[in-house]
Design a protein around this ligand. Structure first.
Ligand code: G3P
Length: 223
């Protein structure tokens, strides 16, 4: 995935499920192509395959299980995600929290199948621990701001900046994003000014009256 990067997490909202997910993914693709900015989408497992057949922007899973193909029920394997058309996966989102050892296993499992790893972290200490596992991306996302419309980049700039610096010291190859409460172009611009390479967001686009308008605001803030 190219940077700067905007990842739209579809979560399990009705507005981003099934046919609505495909419709929203097409809007993301249209703005991405028109404004030449990288927009990736993270739909539910059940929508990855149908969306990957219709659009040509990066598709991430919202989670994966650290398993190899075999006798596992109710899990989601890296192999299945790869074959469904995902190019990467979120790991340890605060709504799908994992213990540290599981995070390490998920990162390794994703790497074994050449899936890009976008690992979420709730604070600087967790970011430090996760950086030791060398994910492709770490997203600083304070849980208390998720869904709040209060932008992490505007209200916690010092933590965003500290997260970038701490991670770069451990492994300069890890790209840092931030998320939670991102709803306006100025929130994205601020995130980039603080040293991240982009944002992870959900409700600001998924629940918007006009998702295209919000995405264009993001795109114009990056130019
Ligand atoms: O994965 C990003 C998400 O948790 C942030 O939520 O609704 O504040 O953009 P939201």
């Amino acid at each position: 995935m190219k940077i700067p990067l905007i990842i739209v997490n579809f979560k399990c909202y009705e507005e981003s499920t099934g046919q609505n997910a495909l419709k929203l993914a097409k809007i993301c693709e249209s703005v991405s192509k028109e404004y030449k900015i990288e927009i990736a989408v993270a739909p539910q497992f059940t929508d990855i395959c149908s969306i990957s057949k219709e659009i040509n922007i990066p598709i991430l899973s919202q989670h994966l299980d650290p398993i190899k193909p075999g006798a596992f029920t109710g899990h989601v394997s890296a192999l299945a995600l790869k074959q469904a058309g995902a190019v990467g996966t979120l790991i340890n989102h605060s709504e799908r929290k994992l213990e540290l050892n599981k995070i390490r296993e998920c990162i390794q499992t994703a790497k074994d199948y050449e899936l890009i790893t976008v690992c979420c972290s709730a604070d600087v200490n967790e970011s430090k621990e996760i950086a030791k596992f060398n994910p492709g991306f770490i997203v600083y996302e304070p849980p208390e701001l998720i869904g709040s419309g209060i932008s992490v980049s505007q209200t916690k700039p010092e933590v965003v900046e500290k997260t970038v610096n701490v991670i770069k010291k451990i492994n300069p190859n890890i790209k840092v994003l931030c998320g939670a409460g991102i709803t306006k172009g100025e929130d994205v611009k601020k995130a980039l000014e603080l040293g991240t390479v982009g944002v992870l967001l959900a409700s600001g686009v998924v629940k918007a009256k006009d998702p295209r308008k919000v995405l264009i605001d993001f795109a114009e803030s990056i130019k």
